[in-house]
Design a protein around this ligand. Structure first.
Ligand code: LIP
Length: 277
């Protein structure tokens, strides 16, 4: 674990919040021409706004912390001379942004370790800017999780649910049609055993909504480190737990997130569902 003082963690959290807020202001301006391109499939899109948001984040952060590394969704992957790497999703919920469906965010986390290796990294400070709402979820290791809105911070806490049958759970699906079909088979196993499902389209906001108590839990297969890095810290600092399946760390394989009492029950349910994946 990196030996960071609380003053250093406070400064890292402040930089994450300010950077995410500035990038969110850029994203909110929504130019007339998005310059949409496709990536892994015809439904996996990227826009010029994603690239502009990531450029702003890298330039803003590098001006203060040139020694840190960067690892982001679009293209940034520079080696660090410090033990810290900034893991960036310039727009999480890109399809929602394209449709102006109001659930997309700028996700900024600074992590110790290598975010490319599952289980080899942990976030130490984070911010998730909810672009349509104009609010920011933020946290630092040991400092608690907060929602900044209207100039004041509200402390976040997960629900105390332990009953899976009355739990509201979020999930998501990938851009590959064959994989979505397999994810649907997991959902067919899960859905009859919970209160209801929500599919918001942004892992970062799904994790923050669990931290806020708007959801009881979240699971998904196939998200990337930049989708989960910031929301993971907000969740754990709000009293939640995130893991993978079968004792693994949270990773692109699987993420299961909930309050401490519901988490093991949700993991068991998702593991059962993964038999159909
Ligand atoms: C999104 C994730 C979401 C997933 C979407 C998409 P993106 O990330 O945050 O959980 O269900 O399919 O992958 O691509 O908008 O940054």
């Amino acid at each position: 674990m990196t030996n960071l003082s609380d003053d250093e963690l406070v400064e890292l959290e402040r930089l994450a919040v300010e950077s995410a807020q500035e990038a969110a202001q850029l994203v909110r301006r929504r130019p007339d021409d998005f310059g949409v391109e496709v990536k892994s499939s015809r439904t996996d899109v990227v826009t010029v706004v994603d690239a502009a948001s990531e450029r702003l984040l890298v330039e803003r952060i590098r001006a203060i912390r040139p020694q840190d590394g960067f690892y982001g969704e679009e293209e940034v992957d520079a080696s660090a001379t410090s033990p810290l790497t900034w893991v960036l999703d310039p727009i999480d919920g890109t399809v929602n942004f394209l449709y102006d469906y109001p659930m997309y965010a700028v996700s900024v986390a600074v992590v110790e370790g290598d975010p490319r290796l599952p289980g080899a990294w942990r976030p130490v400070a984070a911010a998730v800017a909810d672009v349509p709402a104009g609010t920011v979820y933020h946290a630092r290791r040991g400092g608690g999780a907060y929602l900044l809105q209207g100039g004041h911070d509200d402390k976040l806490s997960v629900t105390r649910s332990s009953d899976i049958g009355t739990s509201l759970i979020a999930t998501g699906f990938g851009y590959d049609a064959e994989k979505r079909g397999r994810q649907a088979r997991v959902l067919m196993h899960v859905l009859p055993q919970i209160r209801d499902i929500r599919r918001g389209g942004s892992a970062a906001l799904d994790l923050c909504h669990v931290a806020q108590g708007r959801l009881d839990g979240y699971y998904e297969m196939g998200i990337n480190p930049w989708d989960m890095a910031a929301g993971w810290l907000v969740l754990t600092e709000a009293g939640g737990l995130a893991s993978g399946a079968h004792g693994a760390p949270p990773s692109s394989e699987c993420v299961v997130a909930a309050g401490k009492m519901l988490h093991p029950v949700l993991v068991d349910l998702v593991e059962e569902g993964l038999k159909h994946f």
